[in-house]
Structures are given as C-alpha cells and as structure tokens.
Design a protein around this ligand. Structure first.
Ligand code: P6P
Length: 338
C-alpha cells in the first residue's frame, strides 16, 4: 500500500520550498481543492440534472458559445478564491476583464490567479474528461491598492504555481510550485485528495502525437513534414508514432505527461495566432511540463518567455517530451533531426 499523504499535508510539509510566506500558498491551494470537490460532485451527475448541461445562449469574449458548466465553474472558482485573504483578483476565460475583489484581500492580497474554469466543456455532454487550468502569480503593483492589468500580463516565467484539475475516470489535481510536479487523486468516499503521483517526470521521448489533423491543409509546410515524420516506418526511432487526440487538451496533456508524447495546436490560416490562450492555458501547462522535464514552445520561442500584451491573447503551442519538441523545432528550422 502506498504511503497515505493528503494534498493538505503535502503542501504544508513542502511549503518551505515556496519562496513566499508559508501559509499563503496552502490557503490558496486549499481554495482550489475545495472548489475541485464541489465541481467533482456536480460533474459526476451532470447528465442527471438540467442546470449543468447544454448552452446558455451567450458567448464569451472569445466569441465561443458558453456552456452552463462554464458559467457554473467560473462563479464557483471566483467565490472560492475571493473567500481567501491571499488573492486580490482573478482573470478568467469567461470574464472579458480582470475581476478585482472589493473586499480586504482586493487591496492586501499578494497573488493573482488566472484560470480556465472548464477547458473543453462541450466534452461533458459526451462524457470525455474535462478540466480546470490555473496559474498563480505574485502581484507586481504595490500592496494596499487594488491590482491592475499589469499584475495579470506577466510572462509565464514569473508564475509561482500552476496546475490543473482533471475530471476523468478519477478526479486529480496536478500542480507545481516550482519544485517538481505532483499528482493527487480524489477519494470521493471521504472527500480527500491523496498523493498518488509523486514527482512526475515526462519521458524524454514518447510515441504519441496529439493534433487535430482535420486542419492539415491549414498547417505550415514544416509542420506537415513533421507529421509525415511521425507516420514514417522506422523501428529504430519507434515510428510510426500513435495518433491520440481527444479534443480536450487537459486529457491529451495528462496522458502525454505520464506516457510521453507531444501535443500540438499550431497557428493555422484560419487561426493565425493559434487557438489556445497564452495566460490561462499555455503558460500553466508550460510551467508544469518544464518542471516535469519536458518543453513547451510556440515554434519560435519558449512559451514562458512570451511577454503578454492582451488578457485573452492566443498562441501556437507545441508541448511535451523534450526530444519530440526538439524534433518539431528542427523541422520548423529546417535542421537535421537529432
Ligand atoms: P479543435 C477545447 O475547446 C480546446 O481548447 C482544447 O481543450 C482542445 O485540445 C482544443 O480546443 C480542440 O480544438 O479545434 O481541435 O476542436
């Protein structure tokens, strides 16, 4: 039997590694953990209740149809984070502008949280894994005043913590505070997250490539060449790779993190900046993958070095096993694959 360590005990035991005041991180993460438990109970019965499935008839700032679950999750995570003293505001995929808290923590909170409340929400209707993605930054404007947009437009290399909650065959929280990646599995019978995946490291090489090949004709010539490379027969380099793409980034990312692989959402002619959002999807995933020994780039540069200019800006992303991302970059730069 594995050691039984709860997520709460783990955070307290390791908060010494966190470069800021000790109790703050554990309080912040416990807000997310509480919201994850509530989400878990709701999602597991979404097919039975009307208030969580289907669309609400509105669009978010991205022009995407908002699902009931998107708005439910957005409200839940904002409430959970607002109830803690450490957070002065949040940015959310479902909110056009940053949400600055008017309470005491709105001026004295030291952290901002950027969140995709539910990534891939349309998959809930077909019982495919979905999840919440979060990034945590220390504010850069002075304490004692409300936060401002610049607190949220920090590059990913300034993240102090990041993670995701995946609602799949089991519910897990996977997060990093800059000292490796750890995964916690939820036991709904007693309402506790247990350390189930300590010190996750992504294999340097994998044989899974994840991309929507329906967009093939929109891809750049170098990306088409890389996909052709993935399909070639070469036992010496474990090719052909296996194509696995489920339409929910968290599910593809989590599988590739554990087994090795590369997830790709490139810029295409109809999405010239890519589809995924830099601040609350790509940066947290990039922080996690680098902490697990992998890589994340946009084809030109490290994802976490991109200096954001807009809250909801998008970026191309190639993320996963370091050797596979390097191979992709070699094709992109017309170099020999190592
Ligand atoms: P496409 C879900 O909408 C999402 O943001 C990711 O979770 C997923 O990988 C991707 O978009 C799917 O997009 O264009 O392939 O359907």
């Amino acid at each position: 039997m594995k050691d039984i360590i709860t997520m709460g005990e783990f955070v307290i035991k390791n908060q010494g590694d966190f470069p800021y005041a000790k109790g703050e991180l554990s309080s912040l993460l416990s807000a997310l953990r509480l919201a994850a438990k509530v989400m878990n109970s709701q999602i597991n019965k979404a097919g039975l209740v009307d208030h969580l499935l289907g669309s609400v008839g509105t669009q978010n700032i991205q022009g995407e149809e908002q699902k009931k679950l998107d708005l439910y999750a957005n409200e839940l995570f904002i409430k959970a984070l607002k109830a803690r003293d450490q957070v002065c505001g949040i940015a959310s995929e479902e909110e056009e502008k940053v949400v600055l808290f008017e309470n005491e923590s709105g001026v004295n909170g030291k952290y901002v949280v950027l969140i995709d409340p539910i990534d891939g929400s349309s998959n809930i209707e077909v019982n495919v894994s979905i999840g919440t993605i979060f990034a945590i930054y220390r504010r850069i404007t002075p304490i004692g005043k409300p936060a401002s947009l610049e607190d949220f437009l920090q590059p990913g290399n300034k993240q102090v913590a990041a993670g995701y909650i995946i609602f799949g065959s089991s519910t897990m929280i996977v997060f990093t505070t800059g000292n490796g990646v750890n995964g916690f599995t939820y036991d709904p019978a007693i309402g506790v997250f247990y350390l189930s995946h300590p010190n996750i490291k992504i294999p340097e090489k994998g044989k899974i490539y994840s991309i929507n090949e329906g967009n093939y004709e929109y891809f750049s010539p170098s990306l088409k060449d890389y996909i052709h490379y993935c399909k070639q027969i070469d036992p010496a380099t474990n090719r052909p790779y296996a194509g696995r793409y489920i339409g929910s980034m968290i599910a593809d990312f989590h599988r590739n993190l554990l087994k090795g692989g590369i997830y790709m959402y490139p810029a295409t002619s109809d999405a010239p900046k890519g589809k995924l959002r830099l601040l609350y999807e790509c940066n947290p995933m990039a922080f996690l993958i680098e902490q697990a020994g992998g890589k994340a780039c946009d084809g030109e540069q490290r994802i976490m070095d991109i200096v954001p200019t807009e809250l909801h800006e998008r970026t191309a992303i190639f993320v996963g096993s370091s050797k596979m991302v390097e191979d992709l970059e070699a094709f992109h730069n017309k170099k020999e694959v190592g």
